[in-house]
Design a protein around this ligand. Sequence first.
Ligand SMILES: Cc1cc2nc3c(=O)[nH]c(=O)nc-3n(C[C@H](O)[C@H](O)[C@H](O)COP(=O)(O)OP(=O)(O)OC[C@H]3O[C@@H](n4cnc5c(N)ncnc54)[C@H](O)[C@@H]3O)c2cc1C
Length: 389
Amino acid sequence: MKIPLNQEEQQVLDEVRRFFAQEITPELLEESHHLEYIYGGEEGRKFVQKFAPKGWLTPCWPKEYGGLETSEMLMYAIRNEMAYHRVPIHFAGAHMAGPSILRYGTEEMKKEYLPRLATGEIEFALGYSEPAAGSDLMALEMHAADKGDHFLVNGQKTFNTHAHVADYHWLAVRTNLEGPKHKGISILIVDLKNTPGITVRPMITMAGTRTNEVFYDNVKVPRRNLVGEVNSGFKYIMAALDFERMFPWGHYKKYFEEILAYTKTATRNGKPLAKDPLIRQKLAEHATELEVIHHLYFNLAHLLDNGKIPNYQASMEKNFLSEFEQRLSNTAMEILGPMGQLKTGSKHAVLEGFPEWLYRWTIIETIYGGSAEIQRNIMAQRGLGLPRA
Ligand SMILES: Cc1cc2nc3c(=O)[nH]c(=O)nc-3n(C[C@H](O)[C@H](O)[C@H](O)COP(=O)(O)OP(=O)(O)OC[C@H]3O[C@@H](n4cnc5c(N)ncnc54)[C@H](O)[C@@H]3O)c2cc1C
């Protein structure tokens, strides 16, 4: 299915493709892979700060904040193109905090953060999860005491992925210890680089990539950094999570193409892999799944362009894609055999060791951004109208 773009938008997408063909360097690709495609590294910043001022990072935002006022469809198409080219695609600022500031922030806050997010000048880290609050975010405990002109914050966050490269923290805190848990949470914006009392410590995932624990020890956050209304943060988090669950899939299309190309040239026991009936069946199945993902993904843009915020539909896309990635990775391992298990840097590694890394990485995909079980609960409750479990 062709992406439904008008003529002008199609021209922008073509221009983006030409830009990628000219500007992507081996250094950028290496850093991007090392940072698991999150934004904030040196090479990524150089690249995005050339690309984003054209309005391509946030094309559907209002022009006054750095957008082009295009459809969401174009934004989705560009994000997927970025994924296909393996440049940074996880922008906690432009794609999660930014849309929330646009909806709930004061005019002053919009002017302060949105243009800098749109040009890639600054990046955010998402500060939601805590050791005892992941799926059940309502249980979060990091406390922000209201001191009038500022909040005094104490506590611990965990799995805050961009925190070691980001400039700001999009921080969920407890501002009311009484009453229902979801009515006592607020969102603060914290300057991660210039605020005393914050410690960021690495946590290394099974894919060898970095996420972080973040500790707040008597950290003063100015009151003007409160997003929207005090104690309304849970509502904002839920809306922002719907944005986060729109996962581009271009990198898996590219991976599929690489595996396909490999089977067309490689042989085993003197026979071309491309003639193996099992391999042919699997690849045909995955090509179908890619087509399904294409529809699920661009349907989210269609909903947004029609004034709706995707909810259970975002969960469907996230789950189908992340579980597809695991199936594709399994297939790749079966096709490549023992050579597929060799790491990057090994003399005999296939596709530069990418399959070995991806096999470990895809396990994480069904956890972050909300686990597979939580996505299914959302689909059951909000999509199918089943009662709360
Ligand atoms: C690599 C990585 C990066 C991350 N990045 C960030 C980030 O940048 N910022 C951030 O704030 N967080 C981040 N997270 C945290 C992520 O959102 C949580 O790990 C996730 O929401 C699951 O929470 P948990 O780890 O506490 O597991 P738990 O909530 O303890 O869940 C454990 C298991 O129980 C299941 N489960 C829990 N509740 C239910 C239920 N009601 N019904 C059925 N099954 C249930 C879960 O599916 C899971 O299998 C990241 C996590 C990872 C692994």
